[in-house]
Design a protein around this ligand. Structure first.
Ligand code: BES
Ligand code: MN
Ligand code: ZN
Length: 483
């Protein structure tokens, strides 16, 4: 939990005090508690703590454990590294078994306070549902952090959005056999239950067959689970305001299909529905914030399983758009699912802009790593807006080109188009995007390949712990807010 207070009290069991090198250099510390001021000032005068980046020093004053956290030089400090430092401090052994911490920033500008909110809500999240060991510390996320800052209406919204990020992470981290397509449908329904101005369309197998979602259904052929396409219309804006659409890839598990993934590549593939989870997280936040905008939230949820019924490499399928696709590789399944959902959403809902989020290619992870999503677009204005929201929210994205010659790389001799490139091993993220592009038509469209940033092994991505990051929720909400 996060609370805000205008003044530090040092009456909680612990306090984390952020100190820049410059502040430490003054060798003076002022706080509302004379005892704390004297104790910390003494430490500074004795030069036992200099405010270096990541330096920590504990001072016990009465019943309060005051931990100084060095931020280094103010002008070298970025919000990104502030999040990392504060996250690490909040997780440190100093605060073990302490349920209440005052967090006293070096100054209370909105950017700094929001970074502290990120460090607490996103940074201390951990997926521990299946850990039964008694000594595992499950209290970390339950700690209350009292941020000492003048209240700003934006802070409650930041907490709300970050909670939606964690909601998205739970969906991704949960077992693939739990978060099935039907489970994701139920999740969408429960988010909108009792809310006015929101409608939902769910396509089950029968409707998908009727509407000829031949590509999406091909991918699900080997699965015992039912497929679903879910489209939520959030009608918070004026009747005539245009709709912005978000479409998520919802592969509840990607085994690769008959082009089976090798060991080492399959273990995290329950996260292949991270695009759908981002869309659901954004929906949750938009509802909680009551944004007065018109938005479509959609996803296609299927499983790429291996079975006697699995779709086969070399076969040709026709999708909603009526275009035939040669299956060069059953592991290039996400683009098939998205092709059907994107063409359906454009055809039926006619959004003015469409953004898809998909864990689409390993190539994008090779190229951009885990800190950046790949951004590809047919529209300069939309690409600029997505880039601006990516920067504002720290859901980072980097533009990759799409250009006419890519079309030649996905030509087929036996169908209208092929689902993999003819030039094996090159431009994988861009040819995947070009495949989607061919189903988009003239609608301004941006594609976020989130294969890298959506899920990380270990503590490798900035202020996130192991597993799902909830990438995309903050970016989408910011984009919606800014219209
Ligand atoms: N879901 C994967 C992409 C992926 C890879 C996501 C690593 C997260 C981490 C996607 O369906 C896939 O398998 N793509 C193939 C495409 C190839 C067969 C053209 C890939 O990237 O290897
Ligand atoms: Mn795949
Ligand atoms: Zn996939």
């Amino acid at each position: 939990m996060i609370r805000f207070s205008s003044q530090a009290s040092f009456k909680h069991p612990a306090a984390l005090v952020l100190v820049t090198a410059e502040q430490a250099g003054t060798k003076k510390f002022k706080s509302p508690s004379a005892e704390v001021s004297a104790a910390v000032t003494r430490v500074l005068v004795q030069e036992r703590f200099e405010g270096g980046k990541g330096e920590m020093f504990p001072v016990s004053v009465n019943d309060c454990l005051v931990v100084l956290l060095g931020l280094g030089k103010e002008k070298e400090l970025t919000l990104a590294s502030l999040r990392v430092l504060v996250r690490r401090a909040l997780l440190s052994a100093y605060f073990k078994k302490i349920a209440d911490i005052e967090l006293i920033p070096h100054h209370d500008s909105a950017g700094v306070v929001e970074a502290l909110i990120d460090a607490k809500v996103i940074g201390t999240y951990a997926w521990k549902k299946y850990i039964t060991r008694k000594k595992e510390d499950k209290t970390v996320e339950k700690k209350t952090v009292h941020i000492i800052a003048a209240l700003n209406a934006g802070y409650a919204a930041a907490v709300t959005v970050n909670e939606a990020v964690n909601f998205s992470r739970d969906l991704i981290n949960e077992n693939a056999d739990v978060t099935t397509a039907e489970f994701l449908e139920t999740t969408a329904r429960s988010l909108i239950r009792g809310k006015t101005g929101i409608t939902i369309e769910v396509l089950d197998r029968k409707k998908l067959q009727q509407k000829k979602f031949g590509l999406l259904l091909a991918v699900n052929k080997g699965s015992v689970n039912e497929p679903r396409v879910v489209v939520v219309s959030y009608n918070g804006g004026k009747k005539d305001d245009p709709y912005i659409a978000f479409v998520g890839k919802g592969l509840t598990f990607d085994s690769g299909g008959l082009n089976l993934k090798p060991s080492g590549s399959m273990e995290t593939m329950r996260s292949d529905m991270s695009g759908a989870a981002a869309v659901l997280g954004a929906l949750k936040a938009v509802i909680a914030l009551k944004l007065r905008k018109n938005v479509i939230f959609a996803f296609g949820a299927v499983e790429n399983a291996i079975d006697a019924n699995s779709y086969k490499p070399g076969d040709v399928f026709v999708g909603y758009a009526g275009k035939s696709v040669e299956i060069g590789n059953t592991d290039a399944e996400g683009r098939l699912v998205l092709a059907d959902v994107i063409s359906y959403v454009i055809d039926v809902y006619k959004p003015s802009r469409l953004i898809d989020l998909a864990t689409l290619t390993g190539a994008c992870v090779v190229g951009l790593g885990h800190d950046y999503a790949g951004l590809m677009s047919n529209n300069e204005d939309l690409a600029a807006r997505v880039t601006a929201s990516a920067e504002a929210t720290d859901d980072r994205a980097w533009r990759l080109p799409i250009y006419p010659e890519l079309k030649d790389m996905i030509k087929s001799k036996i169908a209208d188009i092929r689902n993999i490139s003819n030039q094996k091993g090159s431009a994988g993220a861009m040819t995947a995007a070009e495949f989607l592009h061919s189903f988009v038509g003239k609608t301004p469209w941006a594609h976020l390949d989130i294969a890298g940033p959506s899920f990380v092994d270990g503590d490798s991505r900035m202020y996130y712990g192991h597993g799902a990051t909830g990438y995309g929720v903050r970016l989408c909400v910011d984009l919606i807010k800014k219209g």
